[in-house]
Design a protein around this ligand. Structure first.
Ligand SMILES: [Fe+2]
Ligand SMILES: [Fe+2]
Length: 492
């Protein structure tokens, strides 16, 4: 097995976590004294932890979705695990001291600990699956490091677990706050039971509920505050950020007003790409949001694009080469706009790659038409070709295919499933034969599922509705034919 860069990152993270958790503080101050006091059990625990991380890495390499491996996520995961180790070690240090000396509330340190902080950040940034894993690793770290007994262990696993479950698939700011509150309440319930069994008075039990709730909410606020910094540091886009980019942005407003045809095309591409991505376990929300921005470059000259014009085309006054160059220019202009408006780098990659290295076929074919004297013209195909690069991730590949399918389906006459299948299959086959997907990690099996998702979407769009009775009578009255009570133009 090749030991890739991510392997080294995981190995270094394992060492860092083992170091943070198991090197006694005394060893840092006085190495000689620490050697004498060395507890062999520490070494066993450290080795257990290293084995776990290596096993976790093996599991991740084998079963984790490919996009997680392809992006910088493989770096983010270990870094967050190290942050969790720091939190666990901090709690352990507090556990070993007399807290009554610094707080007026007689509560044990595990009740004060913001267990949702790292897990919540991981869940928001890397998804719920990674978040769930940090719940379990947190419990394991606590057990291996300090073995504080069942109550802290149950609390530190159950509280973030409840928070992660409350985050749901697409966390918004409201859901993050709700998740923090839920995590706090869960820890509060565990702590209250513990205090009750220990024979504490009502005051102590109330404090055991209120303190975790307040800390859970504070953790949620802190997560939201740290999130932009972490996104910037790790090059990640959280679902919270994606939801915001998908609902409100000046560029989307401009697209809606200045290029309504492109706006509707982008909405359709976003819907198609989301459906296909969900089908193969790729990042569906990222596909949906970034696809909204893939054609923002058309804002420079919306009238050049068929979807925004009704009357005569400006291309009627241009030669094919100029037309192609102006069309191709929407990619360059899209990149400029994305920089001007500060869009994430991942969106810029989608803008650059969505046409890959394809040719503007319509104008290339027009340029290749024989001259008036019947001789074939000399045409440089590269002048009609997008600069690329071609799609490099599964998400980028899906959006490029969705873009092609949506655009071509505008003039689609096919209605039956076999016709739609032939249409979609032909478009995907064209992209493969042109080498468009050569850099894209989509497998043939995944492409088959993407194809099925596209067909289902097209079927949904083309479905027929029964005509309203009044409308049928009206249609018959003006002499038009109503075919068996169905109308494809029936308003929704
Ligand atoms: Fe485009
Ligand atoms: Fe497009």
């Amino acid at each position: 097995m090749k030991f890739k860069a991510e392997g080294w990152v995981f190995a270094m993270a394992a060492l860092a976590i083992a170091g943070i958790l198991f090197i006694p503080v005394a060893a840092l101050k006085d190495p000689t004294a620490a050697l004498e006091d060395f507890d062999p059990a520490l070494l066993t625990r450290a080795m257990a932890w290293c084995l776990f991380v290596v096993g976790f890495w093996g599991f991740k390499s084998r079963f984790w979705p490919k996009d997680t491996q392809e992006s910088r996520r493989w770096l983010s995961g270990p870094l967050l695990l190290v942050a969790q180790a720091v939190l666990v070690r901090g709690t352990g240090e507090l556990l070993s001291r007399d807290l009554l000396s610094w707080t007026w509330l007689p509560l044990e340190p595990w009740i004060w600990t913001p267990w949702f902080l790292v897990t919540g950040l991981t869940g928001i940034l890397l998804g719920r699956r990674f978040g769930l894993l940090t719940c379990l690793t947190g419990g394991l770290m606590i057990y291996l490091f300090a073995d504080p007994g069942p109550w802290p262990l149950v609390g530190c696993v159950m509280a973030p677990l409840a928070g992660i479950l409350l985050l749901r698939r697409s966390p918004t700011r409201g859901r993050v706050l709700r998740a923090g509150l839920g995590a706090g309440l869960t820890l509060g319930v565990v702590a209250a039971i513990h205090q009750g069994i220990a024979g504490e008075a009502v005051d102590g039990i109330s404090a055991a509920v209120l303190v975790p709730v307040a800390i859970g909410l504070l953790s949620a606020f802190l997560s939201l505050a740290i999130l932009p910094v972490l996104e910037w540091l790790l090059g990640e886009l959280s679902d919270v950020t994606l939801v915001e980019y998908g609902t409100d942005h000046a560029l989307l407003d401009r697209l809606r007003q200045e290029a309504p045809g492109t706006w509707h095309h982008s909405l359709n591409v976003a819907d198609l790409a989301e459906k296909a991505a969900a089908e193969i376990g790729a990042r569906a929300l990222f596909c949906k949001t970034s696809a909204l921005y893939h054609d923002i470059g058309k804002l420079a000259e919306p009238a050049l694009f068929a979807e925004n014009t009704d009357g005569p085309s400006p291309h009627d006054q241009m030669d094919p080469l100029t037309s192609a160059q102006r069309i191709i220019g929407h990619v360059t202009h899209g990149v400029e706009l994305s920089r001007k408006y500060g869009l994430p780098r991942a969106f810029r990659e989608i803008i650059v790659e969505h046409h890959g290295i394809s040719t503007v076929r319509f104008f290339y074919a027009k340029a290749c038409e024989p001259l008036p004297d019947g001789t074939p013209p000399t045409v440089d195909r590269s002048a009609f070709t997008y600069p690329g690069p071609s799609p490099s991730t599964r998400e980028s590949g899906i959006i490029a295919l969705a873009d092609a399918v949506e655009a071509a389906s505008r003039s689609l006459q096919a209605k039956t499933e076999p016709e739609l299948r032939a249409f979609v299959r032909g478009l995907i086959a064209d992209r493969i034969s042109e080498g468009e997907l050569a850099q894209c990690p989509l497998t043939l099996a995944e492409l088959a599922r993407v194809e099925a998702a596209f067909i289902s979407w097209l079927k949904g769009r083309n479905h027929l509705r029964p005509a309203y009775p009044g409308r049928v009578a009206e249609t018959v009255a003006i002499g038009e034919s109503a075919v068996e009570g169905h109308s494809a133009t029936q308003p929704a």
